[in-house]
Design a protein around this ligand. Structure first.
Ligand code: ADP
Length: 198
């Protein structure tokens, strides 16, 4: 029987790194970000709703939704962001639900759905377990500064705009503490993976 794990966590907490590790162990990954981008292709229902809501200014030269432009519109504008989420989240729920259905049909053992907004978007009915990556603020600030060149204030304002780690951990079946080095993270993920195989 297919097990579906919802993997979430704050910015820079290690979601992508953990999900890559799980992929190497044999999991099939659904990346919610990519699904969101697909929903912006011309002709989709989300495309029409976004254009109706935000105007033709959000159409890129190629016809798809200009995510950068849309980002500028909803940035620091909670009301616009809420309207966008109200369009996107149910569409993405539906798309990911279909993907999971198909993987179940194929008999895939473990599906990992990596989604930063898993809890906020109420996507948990799609998954059997919620795994949360938790990393101390200091480690996140340091990693994102060193590896992505993000200024501390930039990262901090993103962290502040998201759910707190405590809040996420409250909804978690599994917490993956990622304060240690990559080897420690891999060992923890391997341990969880072995637990799934039992
Ligand atoms: P998220 O997907 O949650 O935003 P990432 O997996 O992209 O987080 O991790 C953020 C950054 O921290 C990446 O550059 C990644 O390579 C690095 N990173 C993740 N886990 C560790 C770790 N245990 N030790 C050192 N760097 C890490």
């Amino acid at each position: 029987m297919t097990r579906v794990i919802g993997l979430t966590g704050g910015i820079g907490s290690g979601k992508s790194t953990v999900s890559q590790c799980l992929a190497e162990l044999g999991a099939v990954i659904i990346d919610a970000d990519k699904v969101g981008h697909e929903a912006f292709n011309p002709g989709t229902q989300a495309w029409h709703e976004v254009v109706n809501t935000f105007g033709r200014q959000v159409i890129a030269p190629g016809g798809e939704i200009d995510r950068k432009k849309l980002g500028e519109i909803v940035f620091n504008n909670p009301e616009s962001l809420a309207r966008l989420n109200k369009i996107m989240h149910p569409r993405m729920y539906e798309m990911m639900g279909k993907m999971i259905e198909e993987y179940r049909r194929q008999g895939v053992d473990v599906v990992v759905m990596e989604a930063a907004v898993l809890l906020e978007a109420n996507w948990t009915p799609l998954v059997d377990e919620v795994w949360v990556t938790v990393t101390s603020e200091e480690a996140v600030l340091e990693r994102l500064n060193r590896q992505r060149g993000l200024a501390r204030e930039q990262t901090l304002s993103r962290i502040r705009s998201q759910l707190s780690s405590d809040e996420r951990a409250r909804h978690a079946d599994v917490v993956i503490n990622n304060d240690g080095d990559l080897d420690e993270m891999r060992a923890r993920v391997k341990e969880l993976w072995d637990g799934l195989q039992r």
